[in-house]
Each structure stands twice: as structure tokens, then as C-alpha cells.
Design a protein around this ligand. Structure first.
Ligand code: ADP
Length: 224
């Protein structure tokens, strides 16, 4: 049973790491940003309510966000633990999560803070804008999201630090490296990580010698 939070500025790589930590700990990764984007994409009632906030790089109101998370944490897969990516982001959301956990007698295991400098995250987000065309990845909106993060979310780091929960990890470097750092930091706190989940540095395809590809003859080769 593992309950983790992932905090960091936009562009720190939370989503990428959340996926990996979710398989490492076998808990669902719950991203409020993904839930909102899914709803916007599918024109649901929730999507219509949140679209303008997201496009402007503003936070979705706490009442709405809290209700979504409360509902999501009651789904059966979250009873075995969870990794929350991008929640809580405000003091009010911290209080709501506290209430939700207390109601079940549960507690957080750790809060992973991914740090990355502003220039780097802006560069990453602009690259993502070019690749994926996310509506909130324009230069102006990125700047606004960063300032909202500084103002509303970075104070939460002190809140969780005073509870002794924060592990801080450098978000710069290769994805595997960052995952390795997070797993090492969590292991250092006594969390057990299944051995098989430790990321294996992938071998670049170009370095695999061509002769190592098994050669089969005739139909078998052409059928594969
Ligand atoms: P990023 O961390 O890169 O900004 P996310 O996908 O986590 O991206 O969030 C995208 C947007 O979704 C936010 O800018 C905000 O509008 C909304 N959002 C996500 N999580 C929250 C939250 N916990 N509270 C309020 N708004 C949120």
C-alpha cells in the first residue's frame, strides 16, 4: 500500500515520472490535468466547466477539483494506494486530501518534489507545444502557469516538509536517471520498491549489432 504525491512546476516531468512510479508501486497514477483534458476533449459537462480556466493557465476552482479527486479516490483501484500527480495544488486542496485520508484512517507515505529550473521547464514546454499543440503551452500561458505555481503551489512544499514527507529530486537529466533518483530517494525513506521495477538503462537501437538479429530462413522470416 503506497500513497504518494508528485509536486513540481509545469514542465518538470511529473506526468512521465508518474507513469513509471505507478508501475513501480503498482498503484494508479491519478493526474487531475489528464482527467480535465480528457473531459475537455470529449465535451463533457465537466470539460465545458474547466476549459476556460485551463486555456488561460489558471487553476480550476477547488470545489470542482476536490469533488473530482474525492470521487476518483473512491474507485476500487485506488484502495490499494495511489500516486497523485498535480493534486493538491492549493491549501484548500491539501485540507480536502487530509479529510479524505483521515476519513479512511490512511496517511501519505511521501511527497516527491521534482525540481527543475525555470529556463529548462519553459524550454521543455515550448518543445511540447510544437510537438503536441496543447492549448496551454503557449509562451504567455506558460509564464502564467509558472507564476500561479510559485504563488499557490510552492507554499505547499513547506506544509508537507513540516510533516516530514518531502523528498526532493533533481528533474534534470534523462528520464531513467530521474526515475532512478526518485526510487532511490523513496527506498531511502524505507519504502519498498519491487526489484523488477528499477529502470534498466535502455540500449540505443543503433548499438545493437545487425548480426545479433536471429536469422531464420524462408517463410518463417517473411511471416514475422
Ligand atoms: P502542468 O503541470 O504542466 O501545468 P497539468 O496537466 O498538471 O499540467 O495541469 C493542466 C491544467 O489543469 C492546469 O493548468 C490547471 O488549469 C488544471 N489543473 C490540474 N490540476 C489542478 C489542480 N489540482 N487544481 C486546479 N487546477 C488544476
Amino acid at each position: 500500500m503506497t500513497r504518494l504525491l508528485l509536486i513540481g512546476p509545469p514542465g518538470a516531468g511529473k506526468g512521465t515520472q508518474a507513469e513509471r512510479l505507478s508501475s513501480a508501486f503498482d498503484v494508479p497514477a491519478i493526474s487531475t490535468g489528464d482527467i480535465f483534458r480528457f473531459n475537455v476533449k470529449n465535451d463533457t459537462e465537466l470539460g465545458l466547466q474547466v476549459k476556460a480556466f485551463m486555456d488561460a493557465g489558471a487553476y480550476v476552482p477547488d470545489s470542482l477539483t476536490n469533488a473530482i479527486v474525492s470521487d476518483r479516490l473512491q474507485q476500487p483501484d485506488a484502495t490499494k494506494g495511489f500516486l497523485l500527480d498535480g493534486y493538491p495544488r492549493t491549501q484548500e486542496q491539501v485540507l480536502e486530501l487530509d479529510r479524505l485520508l483521515e476519513a479512511d484512517g490512511d496517511a501519505l507515505d511521501a511527497v516527491v518534489l521534482i525540481v527543475a529550473d525555470t529556463e529548462e521547464v519553459v524550454a521543455r514546454l515550448l518543445k511540447r507545444a510544437a510537438e503536441q499543440g496543447r492549448a496551454d503551452d503557449t509562451a504567455d500561458v506558460i509564464r502564467h502557469r509558472l507564476s500561479v505555481y510559485e504563488e499557490q503551489t510552492s507554499p505547499l512544499i513547506d506544509v508537507y516538509s513540516s510533516r516530514g514527507l518531502v523528498v526532493t529530486v533533481d528533474g534534470l537529466g534523462a528520464v531513467d536517471e530521474v526515475t532512478g533518483r526518485i526510487l532511490a530517494a523513496l527506498t531511502g525513506r524505507g519504502l519498498s520498491v519491487p526489484v523488477t521495477s528499477v529502470p534498466v538503462t535502455s540500449v540505443p537501437v543503433t548499438s545493437v549489432p545487425v548480426t545479433s538479429v536471429p536469422v531464420t530462413s524462408g517463410d518463417a522470416a517473411s511471416a514475422s
